[in-house]
Write a protein that binds this ligand. Structure first.
Ligand SMILES: [Cu+2]
Length: 381
């Protein structure tokens, strides 16, 4: 019992400390709030975190003491079985309510609430919807069963557990049905994916999308519709993409920091990364592709709505399409975005004519950088 008394007084001490610090802090807040509430925001967060940890600790100790008292008296004070069962029911109701709330409040942020603007988008959205509906139904049913049975068959000292080692019929059913459903989903997914990735026509416009920490560039292939070769040893401050304008197909390449694409034209994007893995995500076109250093990736799609048409459709004159990085790639990942503009054919022709080609810009290789690289072990071949 002496041991218990020490523990109880320790908990009391922590509680008193906590409440005295809280009241002091409340006074401070009143005074400081008028001056600079913002500067205390991070202090408040730390205090809340500290309080939460202390509370968990105190509650744990209280339960510990009660159960030890129960042990001494040979009669349990806390019925853990009942607490767990009731918590399971609370979890079920709160969890399901939170799921519904989440859908109602943030459902408009999901992909299929975002208007689609590419030729393959309908197929993609259908697949998304079917998968979500199927998994959603299974999720709700299994969660209800899981928590309801936890509650219903809570610990009961008068009841003996039934030994039920196996049931082959049941196991067959819950193996075959998911296998069947998942096979349909995967096969359908493969069909849609193959259709999406093999629809590239011969005269698709080749554009390179170049990602680096923390921005994007687009490189147009120019009149020849062929991207000139690049060499990583030529990448430098002046020539960020490492394209040598004197080489075949490279002279007419055009590098921009905005991605303009003509509507209803097949676009073939070639992705390249400079430093770490990025992921080019064009949500309105239902396009996403990893952008990996040393591993070229590609995707073709056809935009179906110009930026102006989309602005009218959404009744939002400030709307713009976007390409953003969807792979956490470093400290400034959040601002790794590129504006995408879908032009009419005429608008696009006008815009692209205003962009200087590499030869016109007189882009040279960065000699200082090249020199350094040439003398490094990297350039031994
Ligand atoms: Cu990135």
């Amino acid at each position: 019992m002496k041991h218990l008394k020490i523990k109880a007084s320790f908990v009391l001490m922590i509680a008193m400390l906590l409440f005295s610090s809280l009241s002091v802090f409340a006074q401070d807040m009143n005074e400081e709030a008028a001056e600079a509430a913002q500067s205390t925001a991070s202090n408040i967060n730390w205090l809340i975190a500290g309080i939460a940890i202390l509370l968990v600790f105190i509650i744990g100790m209280v339960f510990d003491i009660l159960s030890k008292v129960g042990d001494v008296q040979k009669k349990p004070i806390i019925n853990w079985g009942r607490i767990n069962a009731n918590l399971a029911l609370v979890f079920l109701v709160v969890g399901l309510a939170a799921t519904v709330w989440e859908f109602m409040v943030h459902g408009k942020l999901t992909l299929f609430a975002l208007p689609a603007a590419s030729a393959h988008a309908q197929e993609y959205d259908n697949m998304f919807m079917i998968t979500l509906a199927l998994t959603g139904v299974v999720f709700v049913i299994t969660q209800i069963l899981l928590f309801w049975y936890t509650y219903k068959y809570k610990e009961n000292l008068k009841r003996k557990a039934l030994h039920y080692p196996d049931n082959h019929k049941l196991e067959l059913i819950w193996t075959i049905i998911p296998t069947f459903v998942l096979t349909i989903l995967v096969v359908r997914g493969l069909i849609v994916w193959n259709h999406m990735t093999s629809s590239k026509s011969e005269n698709a416009m080749n554009i390179e999308v170049f990602g680096y920490q923390f921005a994007w560039n687009a490189r147009y292939s120019g009149a020849d519709n062929k991207l000139g070769r690049y060499d990583f040893r030529q990448m430098g401050v002046v020539n960020a993409l490492g394209v040598d304008s004197t080489k075949e197909f490279a002279g007419d390449d055009i590098i921009t920091s905005e991605l303009h694409i003509p509507v209803n034209r097949d676009i073939y994007l070639h992705f390249r990364a400079k430093d770490v893995i990025h992921s080019a995500y064009l949500p309105h076109f239902r396009v996403q592709m990893n952008v990996v250093p040393g591993l070229p990736t590609k995707f073709s799609f056809t935009p179906t709505l110009t930026t102006n048409e989309m602005r009218v459709k959404l009744d939002n004159p400030n709307f713009d399409y976007i390409l953003l990085c969807n792979k956490i790639c470093g400290s400034a990942h959040y601002r790794m975005k590129m504006k995408v503009i879908v032009d009419s054919e005429e608008e696009f022709e006008k815009w692209i004519k205003q962009q200087p080609a590499l030869t016109a810009k007189g882009t040279e290789t960065n000699n200082a950088f090249s020199f350094k690289i040439k003398n490094s072990p990297l350039a031994s071949n």
